[in-house]
Design a protein. Structure first.
Lengths: 183, 112
């Protein structure tokens, strides 16, 4: 499985106590050099350099045709005030995920929303950390015997990164995990 | 005579079908080029934004926020309103990571 990481996602995972989950799920993680350039803290730099040196993470070779896709999408988003504002690094990650058929690892609301309506980019699968943790259960990267075990893992993530998953999203994931546990 | 009438009728029917197909096809092209969210989706987003904003407001340490220099305070308030770490970091004149540390100290959760 191949993924593309955005800045906030990788910063959060660098702080998470079970961060090895990510490299147990994904064979390859792609990162844009502009995303990498934003990572400054020793903890996150150490985490990323570990992933790069173990060939789990790779710098994505950005091309001029992708730059054209970026400009097109940027203009589309900028022209409609109802669409949440997106910054350049967010859009770059979305384009890489589209071009490489990778899963986009992002918790950017704007990105999530573009993939909810855009005729081209709605093909991109976006996972937040919650979906990554869910997949970790299915792939048995984390051992979960009961729903409470999974809830504990989610709570740990929320504490380490100071996140709160929306009740709606959490309910949907818990229902799927519960169904999987019953099998 | 009858044969000619049948042929003419067939041509008329063919042209009608062709026109309808063209209209439908072009309409599809137009629909495909519309890249805006539906009314239902916009309503859903609006409700989600409201819910997430309330959660960020509820958890925020206002005592800490009010003690910050003006540009940091402005960035934290922007983050509470919009939940966008990237833009908030730009307002604060910090990297995303530096801003994120301040966000954690201000006890403002990322709601997703």
């Amino acid at each position: 499985m191949q993924g593309v990481v955005d800045t906030c996602f990788i910063i959060d995972w660098a702080k998470y106590r079970r961060r090895e989950i990510l490299n147990n799920i994904f064979k390859l993680l792609l990162i844009h050099e502009e995303t990498l350039a934003q990572i400054k803290s020793p903890k996150a730099v150490e985490y990323i350099s570990q992933l790069l040196s173990r060939d789990i993470m790779r710098l994505y070779p950005w091309s001029s045709s992708e730059e054209e896709m970026y400009i097109k999408l940027r203009d589309e988003i900028a022209a409609d005030p109802r669409i949440p504002a997106l910054e350049r690094p967010d859009i770059l990650c979305l384009i890489i995920a589209y071009k490489t058929n990778s899963i986009l690892l992002s918790e950017n609301i704007g990105i999530l929303r573009v993939t909810q309506f855009h005729p081209v980019y709605s093909k991109v699968r976006v996972w937040t950390s919650l979906e990554v943790l869910e997949q970790a259960v299915y792939k048995e990267v984390i051992k979960v015997n009961a729903l409470e075990d999974f809830i504990k893992v989610v709570r740990e993530y929320e504490i380490d990164t100071k996140h709160i998953f929306s009740r709606k999203r959490l309910k949907e994931v818990l229902e799927r995990v519960e169904k999987w546990l019953r099998k | 005579m009858i044969f000619k009438a049948v042929i003419e009728t067939c041509i008329i029917i063919f042209n009608i079908i062709r026109s309808v197909k063209l209209i439908v096809f072009e309409k599809n092209i137009v629909l495909m080029s519309i890249k805006t969210p539906s009314k239902e989706l916009l309503k859903e987003w609006e409700e989600e934004d409201k819910e997430f904003r309330e959660i960020r407001k509820k958890y925020a340490d206002w005592n800490y926020i009010n003690k910050q220099p003006p540009h940091i305070r402005a960035a934290l308030i922007y983050f509470i309103e919009k939940g966008d770490r990237y833009v908030a970091a730009k307002i604060a004149g910090l990297t995303v990571e530096e801003f994120d540390e301040i966000r954690r100290k201000a006890n403002i959760p990322v709601v997703i």
